[in-house]
Write a protein that binds this ligand. Structure first.
Ligand code: ACO
Length: 432
């Protein structure tokens, strides 16, 4: 029998339907609240608000569970093929051999960035933030593909396969271009015969007349890093994509807004903060004791970076996977990164410490992702753009859910107004 919650307000009772998800997670449906009671539900920052029903990702932060379309992240990470996971996230099923081939082909065919668009990039100062350049370049895509980005759900969905492939493939190419532009190096064109990740490494690191051929371990590590970022439920940037998309904005525009949201240090930029923290521990010859003591002061500015998470009250499953991969990758590449040893000591010390244990603060994905990216050769200022390449499938899948929902409506939260009460206009001469 359907469950109902009862709200008692001024001696009147209002039944509210209870919704249950596939995994037994429950919500009180407050959609009728304002119409029936004249009240809205207040939830600053939406921390306790379900903004949509979604079939893409299941996340149970208390138990450290993350699944895409039902598949545990541990199983997907055991076969690290970013493109396969991207297909799964976007289309809902693992691809069969033909679907995988066709999807791969669409990505390969749409990798190059138009010459005119290259000129936009060259208009930026070389010192510009890579995330600012990336979001601007992605927001320019509708100008080059007006037929795919009509701001009409029905029309845009007809071309969805192509638009999605352009978005994933070109975001990766643009990131490589940004890297080369900032280094004063000529752009490298994508090669159709290369895999998604090898093509990225080729566009990043090839020299004239000398193609960069990555070690299989590096390709493997890059696939893993991107795959682990493919989607993460209703985080800040994904919710932004849905919000912008709900106005019938096209896929490229919606993704560009998501990239803007991702650029903030509380979201996509935390991996940089972790590396800076580990580096300063290394430079000071400390063992991390000082950082742990400072983090326990309760001050927000002294937090142990890469620890804690808005939804996980347990190990972030991605952190476990990436922490183990760090060991393997660095060993295979013969890299002895002192920051890895510092990170491991810090993790062990924090996991033994009452402060972190009692608050259920565990390493998150950012704690080790920087170390692995550094081993691949990605400079720190590009880390967040790598996150954007990885998260593109999640943005696309979420936009598609919004665009294809026949009952969808524009996202429009409400507020409690706490400004001045009504007052009358004062002519200038009467103002103090
Ligand atoms: N170091 C020290 N103390 C911490 C940390 C930390 N990293 N994180 C939380 N705490 C403390 C808080 O001070 C609070 O203590 P109190 O109960 O004594 O007041 C308690 O733990 C609970 O913390 P909340 O504020 O409820 O945690 P919240 O869910 O708001 O914040 C956040 C989550 C922002 C991720 C936080 O843990 C943090 O700042 N971590 C460091 C930054 C970071 O690694 N961000 C990456 C997140 S992963 C991602 O975006 C991909």
């Amino acid at each position: 029998m359907a469950k109902t919650a009862l709200l008692k307000l001024d001696d009147k009772e209002y039944p509210l339907p209870v919704m249950t998800g596939t995994e037994g997670e429950m919500a009180i449906d407050t959609r009728t609240l304002r119409a029936t009671t004249g009240h809205i539900a207040y939830d600053q920052g939406y921390g306790n608000t379900g903004s949509c029903e979604s079939q893409i990702t299941f996340l149970d932060g208390d138990n450290g569970i993350l699944r895409h379309r039902g598949y545990p992240i541990e199983q997907l990470a055991g076969h690290p093929d970013f493109v396969e996971t991207a297909y799964l996230v976007i289309y809902g099923e693992l691809p069969n051999a033909t679907q995988r081939k066709e999807f791969g082909l669409r990505l390969r065919k749409n990798a190059a960035v138009e010459t005119q668009m290259q000129k936009i990039l060259e208009g930026f100062p070389t010192s510009a933030s890579p995330m600012a350049m990336l979001s601007a370049m992605v927001s320019a895509l509708p100008a080059y593909y007006p037929e795919l980005a009509t701001n009409n759900f029905e029309k845009d969905l007809k071309n969805f396969d192509l638009t999605a492939a352009i978005a994933i493939s070109k975001i990766r190419t643009i990131v490589a271009m940004i890297y080369r532009y900032q280094k004063g190096l000529p752009f490298v064109f994508p090669k159709q015969e290369l895999t998604f990740c090898d093509n990225f490494l080729h566009m990043m690191f090839s020299e004239p007349y000398q193609d960069h051929v990555p070690l299989p371990e590096v390709s493997h590590a890059l696939n893993l890093v991107l795959l682990l970022h493919a989607d993460h439920e209703q985080n800040c940037s994904t919710s932004t994509v849905r919000m912008v998309g709900s106005s019938a904005a096209n896929l490229f525009t919606s993704i560009s807004a998501g990239i803007c949201a991702l650029s903030g240090p509380l979201h996509g930029g935390a991996n940089v903060a972790v590396m800076q923290m580990l580096q300063s521990i290394h430079d000071e010859g400390d063992d991390g004791t000082r950082f742990i003591a400072a983090a326990k002061s309760g001050s927000k500015s002294n937090r142990l970076m890469g620890f804690g998470h808005a939804v996980y009250r347990n190990f972030d499953p991605r952190a476990k996977i990436i922490g183990e991969a760090c060991d393997v990758v660095l060993k295979k590449l013969g890299i002895n990164d002192p920051l890895l040893a510092i990170a491991k000591n810090l993790e062990q010390a924090a996991l033994r410490d009452e402060y972190f244990v009692s608050r259920k603060l565990y390493p998150n994905v950012d704690f080790y992702s920087g170390i692995i990216m550094r081993a691949i050769g990605i400079p720190m200022n590009m880390f967040t753009t790598m996150f954007a390449i990885g998260r593109a499938p999640g943005y696309i899948a979420n936009w598609k859910e919004v665009a294809s929902n026949p009952k969808g409506r524009i996202y429009r939260p409400r507020q409690i107004y706490v400004g001045p009460a009504k007052r009358d206009y004062l002519p200038m001469a009467d103002r103090k």
